[in-house]
Write a protein that binds this ligand. Structure first.
Ligand SMILES: C[S@@+](CC[C@H](N)C(=O)[O-])C[C@H]1O[C@@H](n2cnc3c(N)ncnc32)[C@H](O)[C@@H]1O
Length: 546
């Protein structure tokens, strides 16, 4: 195993920067790579002037990135570019170089990486029960039940601890032992490599795929960010060529547009100001970190690891959370929604597959039918366009996504369509008409609530109206979905999170139990989102007056 011989973070950074110079990684002199008191690295502006957007600040020679293509065991590795397997393959690539220690051509870079396994929830259940963090880990694991963190962990079965351990035993260890690297491998070391890949890797192009990119990975994350990595993804997947190459003929797709199209990832339409090199430079040989916002003198320069990442996603992949995250939301899948029907008095005759098929059909036809033409007028439903994991969610204000609204309202609107209501075929137009009428009525009632006319003649006109009855049942479902979720938060803990004074519990947790504190803060956020949604729909339901 590699032993770091340096005595301080600044020495580590010096070694890194010397290695960068030797490996043709060019950093604008107005940037400074610096350590902080916690031993972490960040990038800062050390200029006295603002650095303009569109400035190319770091050039990273493509051959300097560490990937399954470039590592010492490359010829024995599959080249997989996406999905869980690409993370495992890159972990193996990184681990082999870590085992090579000083003889690795990335030693100067590797010695600058965190020397411990990044603290991902994935590993919390499997640390030593003897160490002084075990109490914190155990408490955090109990509180994360039913939260978005648990859902994040479950969403990637291919990257569960069991899957990682099996990959190590079945693939990584045998290959490393067979090739006889300088150090003996062990599972703990592989976990560290995996955690570094999870928290630092970039998908750069069709040749290197997921890669460790020195210096690009020294920037910390913020939603208010100033730089991003720019790469040309569509290079030749066999030789990395940006130009025409002999492998072009190997592409038998017959689609000429699939060959060597150089559409950049993260392209910002700004004039480029290359300040590093005044002479001739082969730009195709580099990836670049480019500014996308003004960088103030002396400030830290941030990248974003994803514009839509929630705290649960940040914690699971990168091991940290931010204090206020506007992306935080609560998600369900269709099976959860279906389950909620059976937990209420709402009668329906749908099967889960009927709901899945109906939901998909309705979503495809929504726009043409204008169901949500007046969506912007609603204070309870929002248009959810980004769907990295789930469409069925509540946003940070407790509004439901239009997809969740459809999934919940569909059973009431499909009933009465003959015997097909439990089948996968139904009269689409009739269902869309009912959904539209339902949403229009909801807007009218929302308006009544807003102006304070929650009783009186205007609402009595809903009496006996089947659309009004659907609206009440929809509200019942939303309320039930929220309360079920609240009851499942920290489900193990004596008493449901829904009833506990979570702020008092948080106050009593010592500050060094940061995992428990982070998770409790998330439980508090999730409960307040659910409370807010539940109370608005109760108010709406009370205003319908059947
Ligand atoms: C790509 S690295 C960034 C460089 C890193 N600070 C280092 O010392 O090498 C990602 C890691 O930096 C830390 N990090 C990045 N952004 C952060 C933020 N906004 N708050 C707290 N930690 C952050 C986390 O530990 C994360 O796993």
């Amino acid at each position: 195993m590699m032993v770091i011989q340096h005595s301080s973070l600044s020495q580590t950074i010096d070694i890194l920067l010397n290695w960068c110079a030797d490996n043709d990684i060019l950093i604008d002199p107005r940037l400074q790579v610096r350590g902080d008191d916690d031993g972490a690295i960040g990038v800062y502006s050390n200029d006295i002037c603002v650095i303009d957007p569109g400035t190319s600040l770091v050039h990273i020679r493509k051959s300097s990135v560490l990937s399954a293509r470039s590592c010492c065991l490359s010829e024995y590795m599959p080249h997989i570019f996406s999905g869980p397997e690409s993370q495992l393959t890159l972990s193996l690539a990184l681990y082999t170089e870590m085992l090579n220690a000083r003889s690795s051509r990335w030693f100067g870079y590797l010695q600058s990486l965190p020397s411990h396994t990044v603290d991902l929830p994935l590993f919390w259940g499997h640390g030593s029960s003897m160490d002084d963090t075990s109490h914190d880990r155990d408490a955090a694991l109990k509180w994360l039940k039913g939260t978005e963190v648990e859902r994040c962990l479950q969403r990637q079965p291919g990257l569960s601890l069991e899957a990682i351990n099996s990959y190590y035993t079945d693939v990584a260890e045998p290959l490393i032992k067979q090739r006889g690297l300088s150090s003996i491998p062990n599972l703990k070391g592989f976990h560290r490599a995996f955690s570094l890949v999870s928290s630092r890797a970039f998908l750069v192009d069709a040749y290197h795929g997921l890669s460790m990119v020195p210096i690009a990975d020294a920037f910390n994350h913020s939603l208010e960010n100033q730089v991003h990595l720019e790469t040309e993804f569509n290079v030749c997947s066999q030789c990395g060529s940006f130009e025409e190459c002999p492998h072009d003929d190997d592409d038998d797709s017959g689609d000429p547009s699939s060959k060597n199209i150089h559409s950049p990832v993260n392209l910002h339409a700004m004039p480029r100001q290359d300040t590093i090199h005044s002479g001739l430079m082969d730009f195709d040989a580099y990836y670049e970190m480019v500014s996308n916002a003004p960088i103030l003198p002396g400030s830290e320069v941030f990248n974003t690891y994803g514009e839509t990442l929630t705290n649960a996603q940040l914690l699971c992949q990168y091991g940290f959370v931010v204090s206020f995250n506007e992306n935080d939301h609560i998600s369900w899948d269709l099976a959860d929604v279906y389950q909620s029907f059976t937990n209420t008095s709402v009668k329906h005759s749908l099967t889960l597959s009927g709901l899945e098929a109906g939901y998909a059909t309705v979503l495809r036809n929504l726009v043409f039918h204008g169901v949500f033409a007046r969506l912007s007028e609603s204070s309870l439903v929002y248009r959810h366009s980004e769907a990295p994991h789930s469409d069925l969610c509540l946003d940070g204000d407790g509004k439901i996504s239009h997809q969740l609204w459809v999934a919940l309202a569909f059973p009431f609107c499909v009933e009465g369509n003959g015997d097909n209501s439990s089948q996968e075929s139904f009269d689409v137009i009739s269902v869309l008409d009912k959904l539209k009428a339902l949403f229009e009525l909801q807007l009218a009632v929302e308006w009544q609530v807003e102006i304070g006319v929650a009783s009186g003649d205007s609402s009595r006109r809903h009496c006996g109206n089947p659309t009004a009855s659907r609206l009440v049942r929809l509200a019942e479902l939303v309320i039930s979905l929220c309360s079920q979720r609240k009851n499942s938060l920290g489900a193990h803990v004596s008493g449901h999170a829904a009833e506990l004074d979570l702020n008092a519990i948080l106050d009593a947790v010592p500050h060094d139990m940061h995992r428990t504190r982070d998770i409790l803060n998330m439980v508090i956020t999730e409960r307040s989102i659910l409370d807010s949604c539940e109370s608005s729909w109760k108010e709406l339901s009370a205003a319908v007056f059947l």
